[in-house]
Design a protein around this ligand. Sequence first.
Ligand SMILES: [Fe+2]
Ligand SMILES: [Fe+2]
Length: 354
Amino acid sequence: MPMKSIKGLRTFAVILVVLSFVATGFAFDKVKFAAISDPHISIPQQKGVSDGYKLGLKTVMLTEAAVAEINKIPDLNFVLVAGDLTQDAEPWNIDELRRILDGLNVPYYVTLGNHDLSLVPHEKKDQPMSLSKYTVAGAFIGRSGGMVPGMTYYSHEVAKDLVLVTLDTSRAQVFVPEAGLNDFGGKIHTGQMRWLESVLKQNQNKTIMILTHHSLVPWHDGDRTNHNYWRWFWIDNAEEVRALLKKYGVKLVFSGHRHISTRYQHVDDIYHFITPALSTYPMRYTVYEMTPKTIKYEVKDVPAPAEVWELARKNFLANKWWRGPDHPETPEGNKKYLEFYESNWTTKGEVTFK
Ligand SMILES: [Fe+2]
Ligand SMILES: [Fe+2]
């Protein structure tokens, strides 16, 4: 073979190697993402919507304000939305949320909350029309939401070697007379557990992060002792799910539902982060920067007029149900109640994975 052809072959081989590197890329070295939760969208034109503990009339405005702020963050890769997307799965609220979230400059990934599935009618309440969770999930298929047809949970590689797994944790919205509430609890049923294990197995060599509405851990003593049915804030089979995640080396779980400001716990080798609600005091979202070894977070207030903040705080303080046994309506109790929900001691932080 002439010298020239050998050189040509070598150059060709080098180009092939370089091209294959470009095609496969490297594992992510850093991703930046925002997390929002519990927008509970209820368009103000809907009958019966009001500003209570949840600022029903302001949910559209608050979610739009969060999206506008998130769009200003440089180098953002994606946004997580941790469920309770709507008031109660009403078609008009699903449309409105989809419109707002489609205003994001980056892909977003949703999971369903206990309010995103059909309400079972009962004699106690004049309920609006609500849709099946499969229909709600169907509104968020693909880049706009991450869902896949026919499912209410999914996995998606959000960056090279970084897999997001979302879970559907909610039970049916059935009225429980002794609680005077619709069941807001959760569990991951057998079929979903099998799916979860197969996804974890397939992605063992990658970083896996979980997005769920209900937590896998309690956040307050009352969540353990079932004060006001607070056991429903974390899933029934939390231990079983944590053991499965631990088995496959999952390091991160992001949840919503608890309506407390961002903080984390390290349980069963997993960092459990909680995401505040957009619709209740203190209306906040979180910005994360993650590498395969670390995660940094910063909590931000949703920009809103001073009178909206005042109203949110006033309605928060007036509420009895969200208070723990250690939060009586006394100056000291109010202080503890505010501290627990604001968690101002941890509005930013950094974790190195063990
Ligand atoms: Fe919620
Ligand atoms: Fe919830």
